[in-house]
Unconditional design. Structure first.
Length: 395
């Protein structure tokens, strides 16, 4: 009889580099496998499980909504959709909301919204940045410079420029009257937890005032409280015109959003944009729990535990200075820049029963549930220390 891995290989497109774990169930910050092992999960569904696995309030909300209805289409008014839209407006300070299933759909919608807003003004170009990750659909890929996701599948959308991240000179040389929007992650998740400098962010704002383009903040990974603010760009003294959200806001359910300034409220007319599943009532019920919990102590925990975690990572850097180059990130969106491929460290960490992830080749990406405490941080740090020692001893 074939095992699960062999069955998957015979049935599924082989596009995922799966870890050798067969999941039985998951609870809180732990994943339990079918062979009886327990893993500390500091990947959290790739920054999705903001409240951990199977949070009781999320489970209750999902079950309660499912008993009422699961899907009735966007032709009908639905209380869960309106409630989460109102909450998103409150937490973001923006005026309009469109709900999606995923982050890449939010990116596609943001491109359409920006181009529709700019078309009558002669603005059709969108500028993005190296290292960014916005999804795997064609519009999103057109905003990225990652050949591993793009090779052999072009051509991509015209009117898109991908320029160097944090390079003010290149930014000034590329923005002009034809620029409809500039899109960026203020902390790049897939891009190795690289962070926009204050000078770079301020220059984007000053150029927006000069040329009248829209600023799109991709908060799909960095948002939903992961940096200690609801949105990562709220750590800067600026306001975006459009925000894309997903991942953590759904609490494990497929839920994303486009948030926009009120001035964009009438850019789309009825039928110009839409979705069948976006804003699904069950996903909205889960998302409402996440947003409420973020305001009821979770973001405070992110700030407190994040500071503690960063201190511990700096201790690791000092202890393993021959392997660890830099500590990156904010809150609980953290990274370690290594002088070797991070995938090697990820595999060793698995031997110590910790799930982590590599980003941008040489960066260990650390995106745990936002509910972790010092005990979980200490457990992670202990496994990290042992793993680095093991790698050093191989040399």
């Amino acid at each position: 009889m074939l095992n699960l891995s062999e069955r998957e290989q015979q049935s599924y497109f082989q596009v995922y580099k799966r870890y050798p774990l067969e999941v039985d169930y998951a609870k809180g910050c732990r994943v339990y496998t079918t062979d009886g092992k327990v893993y500390l999960d500091f990947l959290a569904g790739i920054a999705v499980n903001a409240l951990g696995h199977s949070h009781p309030k999320v489970v209750e909300a999902v079950c309660t909504q499912a008993q009422k209805y699961m899907h009735i289409s966007n032709y009908l008014y639905q209380e869960p959709q309106v409630k989460i839209a109102e909450k998103l407006k409150e937490m973001s300070g923006l005026g309009r909301v469109f709900l999606t299933n995923s982050g890449t759909e939010a990116t596609e919608g943001a491109i359409k919204l920006a181009r529709k807003y700019g078309i009558d003004k002669g603005k059709t170009e969108i500028i993005a940045f190296s290292g960014g990750f916005h999804g795997r659909t064609y519009g999103a890929l057109s905003l990225m410079d990652k050949p591993q996701y793009k090779d052999g599948m072009g051509p991509y959308l015209s009117g898109m420029k991908v320029i160097k991240y944090n390079d003010i000179i290149e930014l000034e040389n590329n923005v002009n009257d034809a620029t409809a929007a500039v899109i960026l992650e203020f902390i790049q998740g897939e891009g190795g937890i690289s962070q926009a400098s204050n000078e770079f962010a301020n220059k984007i704002v000053s150029l927006r005032e000069k040329f009248g383009f829209l600023l799109i903040a991709d908060e799909i990974q960095a948002g939903s409280g992961r940096t200690g603010k609801f949105l990562a760009y709220q750590n800067y003294n600026i306001q975006a015109d459009i925000v894309t959200l997903a991942k953590g806001m759904g609490g494990g359910m497929p839920l994303g959003a486009i948030l926009a300034d009120e001035k964009l409220a009438n850019v789309w007319s009825k039928g110009m944009h839409g979705t069948t599943y976006g804003g699904n009532a069950v996903a909205c019920a889960s998302g409402l729990v996440v947003l409420d919990e973020l305001q009821n102590g979770v973001m405070e925990n992110v700030n407190n535990i994040g500071n503690y975690f960063i201190e511990k990572l700096h201790e690791i850097k000092s202890k393993h200075s021959d392997k660890v180059i830099e500590v990156r990130g904010s809150g609980l969106l953290l990274g370690l820049l290594l002088n070797f491929e991070a995938a090697e460290l990820v595999q060793v960490m698995l031997k110590h029963n910790v799930i982590s992830n590599a980003a941008s080749g040489s960066v260990l990406r650390i995106v745990p549930p936002l509910i972790i405490g010092k005990a979980e941080v200490d457990e992670f740090i202990d496994a990290l220390d042992k793993s680095l020692k093991e790698i050093e001893n191989r040399l």
